[in-house]
Design a protein around this ligand. Structure first.
Ligand code: HEC
Length: 188
């Protein structure tokens, strides 16, 4: 029995030494051009998916069908999120395209995930991925308005998205009516 314990301990110590040597060696390539090996990718993405699923499970979803809420959410999405995530007919910016892990297309995310999870991720962000947490700059009402827009965007055509962008820029002289109305509660 003693022998087994001694063997297990020496294997663990050897592994720890190897890990410290590897971490200090600089051999692992952190370049975004060098994708993580499959098993590491699996560990990171499963950890992140399960964390978001578990932490968002008790969030109750408010009514998201209000059209002024959707309009406010669009303005915010088109200013804050589109660069990384793109939109129907809109590619990611150079910043979004250069990130690893790649920011997902939120049309698919909104089709697959409950609104409570979209809300949790937008509010909290995801460590070490480039996905910012917006809790420090946006209150809950503002984040729910973005989620309300995502629920509409998931069924939008590129033409419909472009029409919203055009309507906003033609109205825009500094800020749209919706934005002016929304600003008091959008930012903390
Ligand atoms: C600087 C780039 C960047 C910006 C800006 C950004 N995101 Fe993200 N987002 C990411 C990345 C990268 C991921 C993927 C993280 C991962 O793989 O775990 C992500 C993931 C997500 C997810 C999870 C999707 C899924 O399928 O699991 C949601 C929801 C999300 N972002 C919403 C938003 C919203 C809403 C905004 C704007 C308020 C926003 N993001 C702005 C980079 C960004």
């Amino acid at each position: 029995m003693k022998k087994i314990v001694a063997t297990v301990i020496s294997v663990l110590v050897a592994e720890l030494i190897l890990m410290v040597l590897f971490v200090n060696s600089g051999l692992y390539n952190v370049s975004t051009l060098s994708p993580d090996p499959g098993f590491l990718h699996w560990i990171f993405s499963r950890t992140s998916d399960n964390s978001a699923r578990v932490h968002s499970k008790n969030i109750s979803i408010p009514p998201l069908n209000d059209s002024s809420m959707v309009a406010v959410g669009f303005v915010e999405y088109n200013e804050t999120c589109v660069g990384c995530h793109g939109a129907p007919g809109v590619n990611r910016s150079d910043v979004g395209a250069g990130l690893y892990p790649h920011p997902p297309n939120l049309v698919n995310s909104a089709k697959q995930l409950p609104a409570s999870r979209l809300f949790w991720v937008a509010k909290n962000g995801i460590k070490s991925t480039g996905m910012p947490g917006f809790a420090g700059t946006h209150n809950d009402k503002s984040i729910w308005s973005i989620v309300a827009f995502l629920e509409k965007m998931k069924n939008m055509t590129p033409q419909e998205y472009a029409a919203m962008v055009n309507a906003q820029s033609s109205k825009k002289n500094g800020a749209t009516k919706e934005m002016k109305a929304a600003r008091p509660f959008i930012h903390r």
